[in-house]
Write a protein that binds this ligand. Sequence first.
Ligand SMILES: NC(=O)c1ccc[n+]([C@@H]2O[C@H](COP(=O)([O-])OP(=O)(O)OC[C@H]3O[C@@H](n4cnc5c(N)ncnc54)[C@H](OP(=O)(O)O)[C@@H]3O)[C@@H](O)[C@H]2O)c1
Length: 282
Amino acid sequence: MILKNINIVLTGATSGIGIETAKLLIPEGANIIGIGSSATSCIKASKQLRALNGNITFLVCDLSDQDAVHNVSKKIKEQFHQIHCLINNAGVIYLKYQKDKIGVEKTFSVNYLGHYLLTRLLLPNIMTAPESIIVNVSSVAYKRGFLDLKKLKSTNVTGMDAYARSKLAQILFTQTLSKKLNQSKVSVNCLHPGLIGTNLLGKNGLLGKLLPAFHKIVGRSAKHGAANVLHNIKLIGNSMTSGQYYSNSKHEKLLPHALDHKTANGLWDLSSKLCNLPTKID
Ligand SMILES: NC(=O)c1ccc[n+]([C@@H]2O[C@H](COP(=O)([O-])OP(=O)(O)OC[C@H]3O[C@@H](n4cnc5c(N)ncnc54)[C@H](OP(=O)(O)O)[C@@H]3O)[C@@H](O)[C@H]2O)c1
């Protein structure tokens, strides 16, 4: 896939792996539509990227708010008839239990459900492009993820348990969507970018000031994570493989619980219901 002049929607473009990915995509000549959760973070990121003189537009959207996801999708679709690449990269780990407006735990809501809705809403424009790719930035943390669909709203999972569950959901979603789009020119894949020192734990009050510092000691640089993302985008874009998981920069087999079709189908149906969308893709 040639990145010059293609339209790329990148969530979580204001920090960490996302902003470093934008820094790599800009010199390739892509048009980037970057999403951040607040006007403040979008303005700050926009200033950081200004010197690169690239084509990047920032839009504000809190992915845990379905109205905001509808609004941002509308804005994107009005401006960009074709979307060639969607990178669902935004992520968070909330250590304390909190819910979104529809009663879904917020880590799951931002990392998975908001991206599910965004992807479904942008799909008509993604399918309009001659060839397009969807990349879900998941995590190796999926390995310890556990998803009980019957108790999705009633189980008070927090921290790494909530994070692992959301990352498992992204992987199951990748496979279902890939199957549903197997007759199209859209490829859907997911990846683990590596252990990277970022602000992923930064939205946790006082602890949120300390934990990212520790994360930055044990993790590699956000530049390294972004290089992995770009490598995979190019790899996927050239081969147009679909439904796969890449860890760092290599294809990796998924553990059996992440290949469970019944859970994957159930998750699709439940997500459609929670987002007020039909289960069927037109
Ligand atoms: N760091 C790692 O070791 C690691 C490992 C495996 C996978 N990952 C994945 O990599 C991705 C990027 O994370 P990162 O490590 O680069 O963390 P980061 O530096 O904290 O960046 C997270 C991004 O997500 C956005 N975000 C958070 N909450 C949001 C919300 N409610 N609505 C919209 N956007 C929101 C943030 O935007 P604002 O700043 O505007 O809030 C920020 O741009 C995540 O999906 C994460 O799970 C990271």
